[in-house]
Design a protein around this ligand. Sequence first.
Ligand SMILES: *Cc1c(COP(=O)(O)O)cnc(C)c1O
Length: 361
Amino acid sequence: MIDYKLFIPGPINVSEETYRSMGTPVMGHRSPDFVELYRSVQPKLQRIFATEDPVFLSTSSAWGVMEGSVRNLCSKKVLNCMCGAFSDKWYDVSNRCGKDAGQLKVEWGQHIDPEDLRTALSSGEYDVVTLVHNETSCGMMNPLVEIMDVLREFPDVISVVDTVSSFSAVPIPKDELGIDVLLTGTQKALAMPPGLALLSVSERAMKRAEQVDDRGYYFDFLEFNKNHEKGMTPSTPVIPLIHALEHTLDKIFAEGMEARFARHTRLNDKVRAWVSQNGLALFPQEQYASRSLTCVKNTRDIEIAALNDALKKEKKFSIDGGYGKIKGQTFRISNMGDESDETIDELLTAIDELLPRFLPS
Ligand SMILES: *Cc1c(COP(=O)(O)O)cnc(C)c1O
């Protein structure tokens, strides 16, 4: 069992209350009790997605529905916007699904430029675009509003937006922005255990799926929709996590969405202030830096792995030592989920205490 608290950007710390909400006896997934649970979370999900489209529950991690989106929606060619580990991998996944795929690629930490997207789509060869809103690997948040302004100019192109680490942390009004498929997972910004993915699919996207072959079964949008109409999922879902979801949604509405967004911004500002006070820097440009986590450029040659070990052992906190090719050159601190001024202060104070031991002499 772990005896330290997670400040890594996913999976993140889960509250005792949320764990307790999962301890409800399992029910038959074709029973009226389940239909009642499914139908009670649906309007709450639509409210938080800011959509009138259905929100499907997929028993998988986010990658299940990320792959599923490509399989359901691409009949010509998919354009993968690539700016970090998760968005880069989506290109690999598109290829592995046998789809013709193109790249709109920038360096890690750079944002996707809406003008470049317009140029790429003007070729007319694409019918799907994938975008990672918040690139967790490098703490960069894409300019979603400006990107969606461009995407709405191309009504034959279906947009798929991954908000795994930004959902409920910043406003993402699905219908207003015209996002076709908005997807997220539970273990990051929603502060739940892993195992459930949520996706809302537009009517346009559903029509496209009807015309695409080889959608498979487990992630078939038509199967999701057919079962949704009966208040059910295609196969046996992870019922304990649906109870946790209901609990989490109620908690979010009790705090208030605006208050939740403001709390994330305030806590993120606190981490950013700590970064500059310590002579460190943000990895992405400040204008495009994430609001749910901070990716810090290790400009002082801190021994990150050793610092993190000491933090775990002595202070019972864990941060992230950097993702993939920028491991060690960067480190990441999450402010997603249930964090408060108090918990962020505790973490930053603990790092301050240990830091001198891990700087070059
Ligand atoms: C973590 C993450 C994923 C992958 O999620 P899984 O739940 O591991 O499938 C995808 N996209 C982003 C932006 C993420 O942060």
